[in-house]
Ligand binder design. Structure first.
Ligand SMILES: [Cu+2]
Length: 432
């Protein structure tokens, strides 16, 4: 971010650059800059049997492809889910990533960092202590000298509890890595829950900006999620609004096409509990359309001078072949032609913001050795602050997942919960 920052490690790196033969440096440099390594795959199964009972379904599973890339950080290149281990994979995501990390400072209007696209920051090295007791390090990507991604299999607390069947604790498969943005660190995390939910999170930590240690700023994560739900060419963007007039005793929930059915941006309304809903043309066993809700997690809604910050959620048509398709700051141009976003291949864009008002817990000056005139000898690390969103299934299952229902009676259709599979088996196969 600020290249006047010179840490002891940076001096060593700089000396290595100056002293090493050019050919030895050119290869890793160009490999990193021009070609992103291929994706890796992880899978996880979540068994129903831990709840007890005689539930005929065995459990759920995730299969996830992830990669790291220049100006992309850690990103998802495909995600498939099984509602039941005996069913085929169902495609959920074709690509999901942070498209930009935009960091405007409050007083210094000239400090407006585009930390993802404006710099060529690498992924940070991860070690055993990053992985913790429930995690392990994924192998380094080809060309990388060290591992950069942690996989964890975590307990995620209570998922249901009732008087009849006790309690069920949930699990999640988490894939995370950190973008080393000079003095700052962005922890990029994707979590795939046993119930089909996906959590997208970015955590901001590291050292406050030299020269501006105490200046407030915003860390905006601008997410781009190319959802391909079952048949990705037939997904519709909807909006759910909760409308309640305190003068009356009634309320209603309104579902309507996103932006009248066309590309564009909308705002999150705290009183309306705004959700963006993605619906498919497929129905569950109860005849309800299968979908996902984009559930924002927020401390506030960042609005800055830049036009791409004027809305909280955007939906566009997917055009992966267009070179500027992945650039969040290009959103206003992407929506100009107002293509339809009903029964189409659509992309969700959402912003999650961490408002960083520095505090003494971030660190202290006059602690580390000082290397140049004006060096404040800063030591410490701002405690991580998270922002993000969840994608949560809606009517994907036909009843509570992981609930120990009694087995179906002979009169009931034993294949009730397999209807989706029979409809979509051909299209649910992984394509890459
Ligand atoms: Cu900060």
């Amino acid at each position: 971010m600020d290249f006047s920052v010179v840490r002891p490690g940076a001096i060593i790196v700089l000396l290595a650059w100056m002293l090493a033969p050019p050919a030895a440096l050119a290869q890793p440099f160009f490999r990193r800059a021009l070609v992103d390594p291929p994706s890796q795959e992880v899978t996880a199964e979540f068994l129903v049997s831990e709840s007890g009972g005689l539930e005929p379904r065995k459990g759920t599973a995730w299969k996830v492809h992830f990669a790291r890339g220049m100006h992309k950080g850690l990103y998802i290149t495909g995600a498939w889910y099984k509602r039941n281990l005996s069913e085929d994979w169902i495609r959920i995501l074709s690509d999901a990533r942070i498209a930009e990390l935009f960091v405007p400072y409050h007083q210094s209007s000239d400090i407006r960092y585009f930390d993802l696209t404006g710099f060529s920051f690498p992924m940070a090295r991860v070690r055993e202590e990053d992985a913790g007791p429930n995690g392990n390090l994924m192998p380094p990507f080809p060309g990388d000298p060290y591992p950069t991604v942690v996989r964890e299999f975590r307990d995620r607390g209570v998922v249901w509890k009732d008087f009849a069947h006790g309690v069920r604790r949930g699990k999640e498969l988490v894939i995370w890595g950190a973008l080393e943005a000079a003095n700052y660190m962005y922890i990029i995390s994707y979590s795939f829950h046993d119930d089909g939910t996906i959590s997208f999170r970015v955590g901001v930590t590291g050292q406050n900006l030299p020269g501006h240690r105490k200046e407030s700023h915003m860390h905006n994560a601008h997410w781009r999620i190319d959802i391909d739900l079952i048949d990705g060419k037939k997904n519709s963007a909807m909006v759910m609004r909760h409308v309640e007039d305190p003068a009356s005793m009634a309320a209603e929930d309104i579902e309507e096409p996103f932006n009248r059915g066309f590309e564009g941006g909308i705002d999150w309304d705290a009183k309306e509990f705004t959700m963006v809903r993605i619906e498919t043309d497929r129905k569950n066993a109860n005849g309800k359309p299968i979908g996902y809700d984009l559930m924002p997690l927020r401390m506030g809604s960042a609005r800055h001078n830049e036009d791409f910050t004027q809305h909280d959620f955007w939906v566009t048509r997917s055009h992966p072949e267009r070179p500027l398709e992945y650039i969040f700051s290009n959103l206003a141009n992407l929506v100009k032609d107002e293509e339809e976003v009903e029964s189409a291949d659509i992309v969700l864009w959402a912003t999650s913001s961490s408002h960083h008002e520095p505090r003494d817990e971030d660190g202290k000056p006059d602690s580390a050795p000082k290397f140049w005139p004006g060096d404040d000898g800063w030591e410490g690390s701002a405690l991580v602050m998270w922002s993000g969103l969840d994608l949560r299934p809606r009517n994907f299952f036909d009843r509570t997942p992981f609930y120990p229902y009694p087995p179906a009676t002979p009169a009931a259709n034993p294949n009730r919960n397999l209807e989706l599979r029979q409809e979509t088996a051909a299209e649910a196969q992984p394509k890459d």
